[in-house]
Write a protein that binds this ligand. Structure first.
Ligand SMILES: O=P(O)(O)OC[C@H]1O[C@H](O[C@H]2O[C@H](CO)[C@@H](O)[C@H](O)[C@H]2O)[C@H](O)[C@@H](O)[C@@H]1O
Length: 446
């Protein structure tokens, strides 16, 4: 067994030791809080972006230096060397919390990520809002430099499908910021009808799952496609297939879905539910005085939203959240796009959920499968990391600004995600037509 704690971020809250895990071959044990903002390269300020353009350390701080070819076609030994992580998708980590240290965040660390959040807001090109053209050029140049490390999945599309040859593509999609644009009101993060139609078609071509930080029923309400698998609460609430091929025993509660298929519910943090309810109500009481602060109950995860709160109140809000957590050492704090998230301290994350779903879909032999994961947030990094450690994997970050990421490829925004998914569908359909003897609308003889 190999356990690895990430050390590429300035602040690490490591709440686990080896005694916390009963059975794990993939041991990414992480609860880190480097920046609370939308994660530009280390919360990079304009000054450090200038450095990035000049090739100075800010640019080098990107965690991933993987090229497209090394990402999508790495050999197991190379992956292990690259990541220091041993991955076998035959076993799924079962996390049992045992020991917990006190929850401590020092003020210096908190200010670091509050500053980071200030320095990069809003995330889009600020010149559009009246900043000097020079700033715009610097940002464009910084993005171009970053793009060399994380090329567009659209321009790399041929490489992706070349690798998919004679493999089963399985698609994993994050929701917010990937399928729907980021908006102020989390209840209005709607997916467009076009995107829904695209994902629906995608699911007819490849097994497709949504892996979201939201509560599973909530993300289902947004997506409304019964043909997908869903993992909510950052993977802690999975509804997946009950298939148990390749010797993999699918853990969970078996039920029939609406179509009569056997499905399994897997909730590795189920015992935390009463605690999450309690902490949600304490948090709501505590933050009530802060205008526009809001707590979203995502079942096994509580999301505290900063987006609409005045920046001068962010530190107060963060301190209030941290103070609540002092009484709950079984819970951890992580961050996302202008949110802090409270979650059970178990070694389970989006990467583990992807691993679980791949196994339960019958892809215990990773040479037969090309998992494609598309996400925009810090929590998606756990899934990128899993894919990097597999024989084949295609990890794609959605971002229009340079961000530190383990993803090999990138897409700017949800509209590009939709274009990429459409191309996958077209590629799959063209392949089927060829196999059926139809090419360019005409029959041909082999
Ligand atoms: O894993 P995801 O599906 O990406 O969910 C992560 C969080 O997404 C939502 O928050 C984010 O999107 C909101 C709506 O666009 C935005 O207002 C917020 O600032 C973003 O952080 C969701 O509301 C959270 O519950 C999810 O945990």
């Amino acid at each position: 067994m190999i356990y690895k704690c990430e050390t590429n971020s300035p602040i690490i809250f490591d709440r686990f030791d080896q005694g916390d895990i009963k059975s794990a071959e993939v041991g990414l044990l992480r609860a880190s809080l480097p920046t609370l903002g939308e994660g530009m390269v280390g919360g990079m300020s304009l000054r450090s972006k200038r450095a990035a353009v000049c090739g100075e350390p800010a640019a080098a701080s990107c965690a991933s230096t993987l090229s497209v070819s090394s990402l999508v076609a790495a050999s197991p030994s190379k992956s292990a060397a690259t990541n220091g992580t041993s991955v076998s998708i035959k076993s799924v980590a079962v996390a049992v919390p045992k020991k917990h240290g006190p929850y401590v965040v020092d003020k210096g660390h908190m200010i670091t990520w509050i500053d980071a959040m200030r320095s990069q807001s809003p995330p889009q090109f600020r010149s559009l809002h009246g900043e000097a053209p020079e700033t715009f050029d610097i940002e464009t140049a910084a993005y171009s430099a970053w793009l060399e490390k994380h090329p567009s999945a659209l321009s790399s599309f041929d490489k992706v499908v070349k690798l998919a040859k004679s493999k089963q593509i399985v698609v994993f999609l994050d929701y917010d910021g990937t399928l729907s644009p980021i908006v102020d009101n989390p209840d209005r993060a709607l997916m467009s009808d076009e995107m829904r139609a695209t994902v629906k078609e995608l699911a007819t071509c490849f097994p497709t799952a949504i892996i979201s930080g939201r509560a599973r029923p909530k993300v289902y309400d947004f997506v409304q496609l019964s043909e997908l698998y869903y993992a909510g609460s950052h993977g802690m609430d999975i509804m997946g297939p009950a298939k148990s091929s390749s010797g993999f025993k699918v853990n969970g509660t078996r039920v029939k879905d609406k179509k009569g298929n056997d499905v399994v519910f897997f909730q590795p943090a189920s015992e935390y539910l009463p605690m999450m309810d309690k902490v949600c109500s304490v948090l709501n009481d505590t933050i009530r005085t802060i205008k526009d602060a809001r707590v979203e109950h995502n079942k096994y995860c509580l999301t505290v939203h900063f987006r609409l709160v005045k920046e001068e109140l962010w530190e107060t809000l963060a301190t209030k959240v941290q103070n609540v957590l002092k009484d709950y050492p079984m819970l951890s704090l992580t961050h996302g796009r202008k949110v802090l998230e409270v979650r059970p301290s178990i070694a389970w994350d989006k990467g583990k959920a992807v691993n679980y779903l791949l196994n339960s879909l019958g892809f215990a032999d990773s040479s037969d499968v090309l998992p494609v994961y598309i996400g925009d947030d810090r929590t998606d990094e756990d899934a990128f990391k899993l894919l990097n450690g597999m024989k084949h994997g295609c990890s794609i970050l959605v971002s229009s600004i340079p961000k530190s990421t383990k993803a090999a490829l990138s897409l700017r925004e949800p509209s590009e995600v939709m274009e990429f998914l459409r191309r996958l569908v077209q590629w799959k359909k063209r392949g089927s037509e060829k196999r059926n003897g139809v090419q360019n609308g005409r029959y041909f003889i082999n």
